[in-house]
Write a protein that binds this ligand. Structure first.
Ligand code: C5P
Length: 227
């Protein structure tokens, strides 16, 4: 069967990564969580005091981008690839509310986007890849055979993210999570460089009322039509 490129974009917590992982496993494709790469740069900026509650030294971050090396390594126990920054596994560190609160301003920086998009395009050179993010169908893989744009109501999405954080033992409240989801969506959709928009040829999937199984079967059908 023909190996294709699958680009999945959409707002925060629309279940992009869940379906992307299911597809990659089923098809034997590589799965790349591009959001993890923006989170890794954010984590780097936090560790180096380039970004914090009351400051953002953008130029310092830009000047140190050449010190960032991001890799993914498959963890067979988890069934997906974890993200590494300069050799350290930071998969858990990048999923906190703190990183979530800084990531969208970091992702607005064109120099950051240029660096990560180049790496993402390299990962997709041989096709057989599912990548999720905000600009995958528009900028990273404009020629992807299948482009999906996932949506769900803000409350559904915040509730998903809230359950995820609570199950990890994080102390967060629902209002805080809802605010973060809405704020990120706003910044991501309104930034100058590569804003989150649905590609003209993307298929929109609203999964507010779909079970995971229903969603997977619907998308698998779309994949099979393209292979
Ligand atoms: O996918 P996730 O919610 O982990 O992404 C975190 C943030 O990274 C997004 O809110 C967005 O600001 C940024 N991002 C991006 N472009 C991508 C993927 C993520 O700007 N392709």
């Amino acid at each position: 069967m023909k190996q294709i490129t699958i680009a999945i974009d959409g707002f925060s917590s629309t279940g992009k990564s869940t379906v992307a992982k299911q597809l990659a496993k089923h098809l034997g494709y590589i799965y790349v969580d591009s959001g993890a790469m923006y989170r890794a740069v954010t984590w780097f900026a936090m560790q180096n005091q380039f970004i914090g509650a009351s400051y953002f030294h953008i130029q310092d971050l830009i000047d140190h981008l050449d010190q960032i090396s991001i890799n993914f390594k498959f963890n067979p126990e988890l069934g997906f690839a974890e993200v590494y920054l300069n050799g350290n596994n930071i998969e858990k560190d990048i999923r906190t509310m703190e990183v979530s609160s800084f990531v969208s301003p970091v992702a607005e920086i064109s120099e950051v986007r240029k660096l990560l998009v180049k790496q993402q395009q390299k990962m997709g050179e041989s096709k057989g890849i599912v990548m999720d993010g905000r600009d995958i169908g528009t900028v990273v893989f404009p020629d992807a055979e299948l482009k999906l744009f996932m949506t769900a109501s803000a409350e559904t999405r915040a509730n998903r993210r809230f359950q995820e954080l609570i199950s990890r033992g994080d102390e967060v409240n629902f209002e805080q999570v809802l605010h973060n989801v809405q704020e990120r969506d706003f910044i991501d959709s309104n930034r100058k460089d590569s804003p989150l928009v649905k590609a003209n040829d993307a298929i929109e999937i609203d999964n507010s009322n779909l079970s995971l199984e229903e969603q997977f079967n619907k998308i698998l059908q779309l994949v099979e039509n393209k292979q």
